[in-house]
Design a protein around this ligand. Structure first.
Ligand code: ADP
Ligand code: ASP
Ligand code: MG
Length: 464
């Protein structure tokens, strides 16, 4: 028995062209595997629009969120108009779309500042996935496959960290045994909503931006998948984000550790927390381009550590650096980190790197995109308010962490030397070797980020 879990990202489901690719991939893979499970994201841009609508609902801006809902309705209805549905399927889909969007207006109306509102936000921003999965399942049915859309509120049980929840694998496994495996046994192809889950008490949650990847990983683990394939809009995992540098190349294979570090330090091609469950169960993961299915993409699996020492990829992520010059011999770095953690904790930010000398201390804070567009501003404000009360001369500045991925970094000190050489005259504020032994991170000023990334990437390409 072989089971393939395939996840289709926003760009893979946003247009009729992309959806016909999805259909032909499913028709093809159905012949190769005993069971298929599909996970789908919302159409590209829909989650952003839903987050904006939830924000407007909080502000009581009824006109604003109604306009967004109306645009979403038009977009989804236009998409199904272009797809070759029969009259019954199309009418049922239109009714489904209208019902889901109508329910959302109710949710927006009820939003307030309480904790319950965070569940309401999650309920509303997960609607994009409910819409897209219904369209895909209908398309498969229309083409002779047995398929049904499933909302993961009935499958993925999470903690109650709204907006960035973590699934509980044993509880999720039990739900899946009850609600998903019987469908697979009957030869049905479930199209499951990415990104969303619910607490054990049934409150809606979401898994953080890009969370459909995480859904695919958790489902894969719980159905004992043979492989998981992530279909996206690039040819695989590349030496750098092709949107940031020229000449990025596909990497044929990576280890779980390497790809987890790459994702944690900013490469949005995969959700950072999706790797842990897969590594534990040793499920191979492939990343492939939905528009070029014949290409092999990238394979992520546990490998013998290769003897070849190469710099494989580079990524970057921006945030805030806080530094202080201290008059005292013992700089109060604990206090600095305490303040930073306090501010960061409120904003779901990570403190990624801290360093200290007799005269200086430095902390680097990272605010993930899941914390929302105002997060950097709010965190900076919170820190400035806290730090003003302390006697030191704090400086807050925009910084970028550039991370290079390689294997066996501890046994290969020349790698760090090469990277520093490549940076040349760019000032390095801090440097750290990842504990997994495959990432080297350097903090530089944000204004140097583009150049720093380009220099290191050129070196990766020329030495690879
Ligand atoms: P999806 O909607 O399929 O989940 P995402 O937009 O979340 O797609 O992720 C794919 C994007 O990730 C690519 O378009 C690319 O710009 C970006 N990306 C960042 N780093 C990398 C990398 N190292 N390799 C490939 N893509 C990357
Ligand atoms: N639709 C969600 C997002 O945009 C989840 C995902 O795409 O993976 O973040
Ligand atoms: Mg993604």
């Amino acid at each position: 028995m072989s089971t393939l879990v395939m996840k289709f990202g926003g760009s893979s489901v946003g247009t009729t062209t992309a959806l016909s690719q999805v259909l032909s991939i499913v028709l093809q893979e159905k012949e190769n595997w005993s069971q298929l499970v599909l996970v789908a994201s919302a159409l590209e841009g829909v989650t952003d629009a839903l987050i904006e609508a939830a924000h407007l609902a909080h502000l009581g801006n009824q006109r604003g969120y109604r306009r967004i809902v109306a645009n979403l309705r038009t977009r989804h209805l236009a998409l199904i108009e272009e797809l070759p549905f029969g009259a019954t399927e199309r009418t049922a889909l239109q009714a489904d779309i209208d019902r889901l969007l109508f329910d959302m207006l109710d949710i927006y109306q009820s939003m307030s500042q309480s904790k319950a509102a965070r569940a309401a936000v999650d309920a509303s921003i997960g609607v994009g996935e409910k819409l897209s999965t219904r369209i895909i399942a209908a398309l498969l049915r229309q083409n002779g496959l047995r398929s049904v859309a499933i909302d993961t509120t009935s499958l993925i049980v999470t903690d109650d960290v709204h907006g960035d929840a973590t699934p509980n694998i044993p509880l999720t496994r039990a739900k899946i045994a009850q609600n998903l495996l019987p469908l697979l046994e009957r030869g049905i192809i479930p199209v499951v909503t990415g990104f969303i889950g619910a607490t054990a008490a049934g409150e809606p949650t979401t898994l953080g931006r890009g969370g459909s990847d995480y859904t695919a990983s958790v489902l894969g683990v719980c159905v004992n998948a043979t492989e998981i394939w992530m279909w996206t809009d690039v040819d695989g995992i590349m030496t750098a984000d092709p949107r940031d540098v020229e000449g990025a190349r596909v990497i044929a294979d990576l280890s779980y550790d390497e790809v987890a570090e790459l994702a944690y330090f900013g490469a949005r091609v995969l959700h950072a927390r999706m790797i842990g469950p897969l590594r534990q169960q040793q499920i191979p993961l492939r990343v492939k381009n939905v528009f070029k299915p014949q290409q092999i993409g990238t394979l992520i699996a546990e490998k013998e550590t290769s003897r070849a020492r190469t710099l494989k990829a580079v990524t970057s992520i921006s945030g805030l650096g806080i530094s202080a010059e201290q008059g005292l011999l013992r700089a109060p770095v604990n206090q600095l980190i305490g303040e930073a953690l306090h501010a960061a904790g409120q904003m779901q930010a990570d403190v990624m790197i801290a360093s200290q000398s007799a005269a200086h201390s430095f902390t680097c804070l990272l605010i993930p995109t899941s914390a929302g567009p105002d997060a950097i501003h709010t965190t900076r404000q919170a820190l400035e308010d806290h730090l003003v009360a302390t006697p030191s001369n704090w400086r807050i500045q925009p910084i970028t962490i550039i991370t290079v991925i390689s294997n066996q970094l501890q046994a290969w000190p020349q790698a760090a030397a090469q990277v520093l050489l490549m940076l040349g005259d760019i000032r390095v504020l801090a440097l750290a070797l990842g504990t997994s032994n495959c990432s080297l991170s350097l903090v530089i000023e944000m204004r140097d980020a583009e150049e720093g990334l380009a220099r290191i990437h050129r070196h990766i390409i020329s030495s690879g």
